[in-house]
Design a protein around this ligand. Structure first.
Ligand code: EPU
Length: 419
């Protein structure tokens, strides 16, 4: 298995190209199940999660070819799609559940393994199922699988208990081919939800309001394949922005879209960085690092996917920061590992208190979640001596060539084989 080895102390300077967004790519690949014919996506990030989604689509019977330009072709002739997402795949990637909405809408049936708990919390899919049931689907659970059936889904008004991102995406994809009008209230407002609506509309769907809390979908009878370039990853960009701020560097995040990153940019500025939108992307220059209080919230609030990275920044500030994780109940796996590197962080329930200014020293560390692993790489960039981040497969789920991108701006970092 690979590990990432970092020598702390380098100041980052230069340009980092930002890849396509993982959390946009995953629902878009699932959306390719809706039309007949071949859809093409460009700017597809080369990530383990994207490969898992491609593998799932192939298991369902679609042809998936390519890498950063990816074509997805629906089964033709006598080839019948298989309407099941098996446990082996769903357990490695919860986003596999995104095939549920498209399959039921188009083929009237789907069987998907229940994801169960994951490293960052319980993460149920009750809202996805509630939405499909409201649209007339029959949902049954057996042997750890959820079976969803509906001859033709019909439009409904669905009020989500919380603005779930993939839940909203699943319901939107299902509603695109339902009969009549669906209204999703308390909808997720993430840019990735907007991106999915844009792509579905390109396919011929009639969706309005994506990016706001109320999304209206007029169902249509069929959708057509499309070609589309995926938006840049705001979380990857945010992670490198923190790296620049931490090392007092000066980095241009090429392609980053500031309009997707308001909450991240606001906290970077509050913590002492200079952030400016430039023609080629977003430029981040580090300054004296100040403490801050951060509460994670659904978009447009501060994203949970940036909480671990900002915690490392807070470790470098002189003074006390308070972080509240309000989305997932168990997303502090990085805390004990950062503690081993010398950080002073006290967690009580959802609240973490960080006493910044302690000296960080390199250590062997690992985490069981993608963003937690990224935060350990960041800590390695400023810790004295050598840090080895193990279990790199978590990083590879969501960061394309993280070590190459950081090396390109001057970090002393490499990938090595773990003995
Ligand atoms: N929830 C429920 N019931 C549901 C759905 C969600 O109780 O039916 C709860 C969850 O347990 C959680 C909250 O609602 O407490 C929000 O979860 P959400 O459904 O929005 O998360 P998700 O759709 O499973 C996506 C991203 C995550 C990101 C979250 C929050 C994708 C593929 N994943 O997950 O990304 O953290 O939204 O923004 O879009 C990551 O990239 O590292 C990552 C974990």
């Amino acid at each position: 298995m690979d590990k990432i080895v970092v020598e702390g102390g380098a100041r980052l300077s230069g340009k980092i190209p930002i890849s396509g967004a993982k959390n946009a790519a995953l629902p878009l690949l699932a959306a390719a199940l809706l039309p007949s014919g071949t859809s093409t996506f460009k700017n597809v990030p080369q990530l383990a999660d994207v490969r898992t989604m491609a593998k799932l689509l192939r298991m369902l019977g679609w042809d998936v070819e390519g890498d950063s330009a990816l074509t997805i072709a629906a089964p033709t002739g006598k080839k019948k799609p298989k309407l099941e997402a098996p446990y082996e795949l769903v357990k490695t990637m919860r986003a596999s559940v995104l095939v549920l909405g498209p399959l039921v809408a188009r083929y009237g049936r789907a069987r998907v393994s229940l994801p169960g708990g994951c490293a960052i919390g319980a993460r149920p899919i009750d809202q996805h199922l509630k939405g499909l049931e409201a649209m007339g689907a029959k949902v049954t659970l057996d042997h750890g699988y959820v079976d969803v059936e509906a001859k033709r889904l019909r439009g409904a008004t669905i009020v989500l208990d919380m603005p779930t991102v993939t839940g909203c995406e699943n319901i939107m994809m299902a509603a695109a081919l339902a009969k009549g009008r669906t209204v999703i209230e308390n909808a997720a407002r993430e840019p990735e939800v907007e991106e999915l609506a844009l792509v579905l509309n390109k396919m011929g769907a009639k969706i309005q309001g994506a990016g706001t809390a109320i999304i209206t979908i007029e169902g249509v009878d069929e959708l057509a394949p499309i070609e589309h370039a995926i938006i840049p990853d705001r979380i990857e960009a945010g992670t490198f922005a923190v790296a620049a701020a931490m090392t007092k560097g000066d980095v241009l995040l090429e392609g980053a879209r500031p309009e997707h990153m308001d909450a991240i940019i606001a906290k970077l500025r509050a913590m002492g960085a200079t952030v400016s939108a430039e023609a080629g992307g977003l430029r981040v220059k580090g300054g004296d690092i100040k403490p801050a209080d951060i509460t994670t919230q659904p978009h447009p609030g501060f994203p949970t996917d940036m909480q671990a990275q900002f915690m490392v920044l807070a470790c470098l500030a002189k003074g006390q920061s308070v972080i509240k994780e309000m989305i997932f109940e168990n997303r502090y796996m990085h805390v004990p590992e950062l503690g081993r590197m010398g950080a002073d962080i006290q967690v009580s329930g959802r609240v973490a208190v960080i006493r910044g200014g302690q000296k960080l020293t390199g250590a062997n560390v690992m985490a069981t979640d993608l963003r937690a692993s990224a935060s350990l790489v960041l800590a390695g960039l400023v810790a004295g001596g050598k840090t080895e981040v193990l279990r790199v497969y978590h990083l590879d789920r969501g960061y394309e060539a993280i070590e190459k991108k950081l090396k390109g701006v001057g970090a002393k970092i490499k990938r090595a084989k773990d003995a």
